[in-house]
Design a protein around this ligand. Structure first.
Ligand code: ZN
Length: 92
């Protein structure tokens, strides 16, 4: 995630987390698998081998930008990654 996406997405991501709409099935420094209950539907989000995937339609419209579901999972994943940092590689 090189540039910060719109603030709106992060606001929504924070709201999704706060509302308990993010069900994390598995998370580690190198990946995450979660189900996010969006406003209209429920989507599966995965991060593996450096690729974020989400089932929602926004991902098709804006493939270069994360959607709020991915942003919410990123917040979870990033917190885990920070907690487990071992050698400090791969920052940024
Ligand atoms: Zn999405």
């Amino acid at each position: 995630m090189s540039r910060s996406p719109s603030k709106k997405i992060w606001r929504k991501a924070a709201w999704l987390l706060k509302s308990g709409r993010v069900a994390v099935h598995a998370v580690g420094p190198y990946g995450i698998h979660a189900t996010v209950e969006g406003e209209h539907d429920t989507y599966e989000v995965t991060y593996a081998q450096g690729e974020w995937e989400c089932e929602c339609p926004y991902r098709d419209f804006y493939p270069e930008r994360p959607c709020a579901h991915i942003a919410a999972c990123w917040l979870v994943w990033n917190a885990v990654k920070q907690g487990e940092r071992d050698d400090g590689r791969d920052q940024g």
